[in-house]
Design a protein around this ligand. Structure first.
Ligand code: SAM
Ligand code: SF4
Length: 369
């Protein structure tokens, strides 16, 4: 008999029910247990804990025009041969299938999504599927100034831009070569094109940008933007940056309150991993995303599609379903739909960082953060 492990709703939040599950359902890298009849409606994808997946993060490429210190190692970064990445046709076919099982929101990411050829056409194609209500993108914005208007016209709804500091020298160091002036132009172009609300993401790294968080937060005083501070996660290749550089959301909030006084809480969407606050009288908000100190696994509604066509069930666990090989092996839509729903069913409960689990198998840029 399979070993059993008990999970309690009290510990993990309201979404999970107290139940016992076969350990194989939860163990990283184990996707080989027999197919079972899924007790879920055909047009939705739910995991074994009852969480419905509606949000697909799609990595368009594992390549990038930056080399951020918390995302890629200084040396030895390897990129996948292009023929291993999903073609536009394969990608759109999969998006259509995800839409059929209840996915309503897509986020394009990478690597850097703006370097993917035919990006505008891809956005248009994705937005055309019935059931897809929102297509957004996370970008470093280096090239956004050139394409923001076309992306908006094609149906892109909004963007999140990664920007860790407002100091050009520090920015160049943290991105290993990035130009802050062009990124800022990209942000302004996105705002002018109506890709709103503009959200800015900053990964806070001790000794690098932690003393500048209040300058980023100050952007929200006059602008209706959301500036979000992320805790660094220990993905493949950047484990030591995490170990030496982690700054918790609590520490970041304390720094902001030193300058601005107590932040005022703002109610956020339950599925939004950011806890939102406002500087008194500010036009915008600040958010804290705390995967390390306060995991939001209980409310997780997302899975990822990597650029090489793997359905990645949890950012920080290596469990994947190889949809690309199924497609290239001639799988029909019914088979692909079954594998998507079965994969979702097998989604691990949570990332296990608190229990010391670290086996991610890939770096952030290879998964699609
Ligand atoms: N290149 C785009 C960008 O930087 O916005 C999209 C891909 S990037 C991998 C997506 C997000 O992941 C960015 O906001 C980035 O700051 C974040 N990120 C990368 N590595 C991270 C890490 N180790 N911990 C936490 N966030 C990370
Ligand atoms: Fe590139 Fe984004 Fe990773 Fe920075 S965080 S290296 S911009 S993929």
């Amino acid at each position: 008999m399979a070993r059993m492990r008990r999970f309690s709703a009290r510990r993990h939040g309201p979404v999970a029910q107290t139940r016992t599950l076969p350990l194989a359902t939860l163990a990283p890298g184990r996707l080989t247990t027999p197919l079972i009849t899924l007790p879920q409606r055909e047009r939705e994808a739910r995991d074994a804990y009852g969480r419905q997946m509606t949000y697909l993060r799609i990595s368009l490429t594992d390549r990038c025009n930056f080399r951020c210190v918390y995302c890629m190692p200084a040396l030895g970064m390897k990129f996948q041969p292009r023929n291993e990445l999903l073609t536009d046709h394969e990608l759109l076919r999969l998006v259509g299938l995800f839409a059929r099982v209840g996915f309503t929101r897509l986020r394009l990411t990478g690597g850097e999504p703006t370097i993917r050829p035919h990006l505008v056409d891809l956005v248009r194609g994705m937005k055309a599927f019935s059931g897809i209500e929102e297509v957004s993108m996370t970008t470093n914005a280096l090239l956004l100034g050139r394409v923001a208007g076309d992306l908006r016209a094609a149906g892109l709804d909004r963007v999140n831009v990664s920007i860790d500091t407002l100091d050009p020298v520090k920015f160049k160091a943290m991105t290993r070569g990035g130009r802050l002036d062009l990124v800022w132009q990209g942000i302004e172009a996105a705002d002018a094109a109506g890709l709103r609300p503009i959200k800015l993401n900053a990964v806070v790294v001790k000794g690098q940008n932690d003393h500048e968080v209040s300058d980023l937060a100050a952007l929200t005083i006059d602008r209706p933007w959301q500036v979000r501070f992320l805790e660094i996660m220990p993905l493949e290749g950047v484990g030591t940056v995490h170990d030496q550089g982690l700054v918790t959301s609590e520490e970041t909030q304390a720094r902001l309150e030193e300058r601005f006084g107590p932040l005022e809480p703002v109610t956020a969407d339950a599925a939004d991993p950011a806890r939102l606050w406002r500087i008194k009288g500010a036009a915008g908000t600040v958010g804290f995303i705390s995967p390390v100190s306060a995991p939001f696994c209980a409310a997780c509604n997302r899975v990822r599609l990597t650029a090489d066509g793997k359905l990645r069930l949890c950012l920080l666990r290596p469990d994947e379903v190889d949809l690309r090989d199924l497609i290239r092996g001639g799988a029909d839509d019914a088979t692909l739909l079954r594998q998507i729903r079965f994969g979702v069913w097998r989604k691990p409960w949570g990332h296990g960082l608190a229990e010391g689990e670290r086996e991610t198998g890939r770096g952030m840029s290879q998964i699609g953060g």
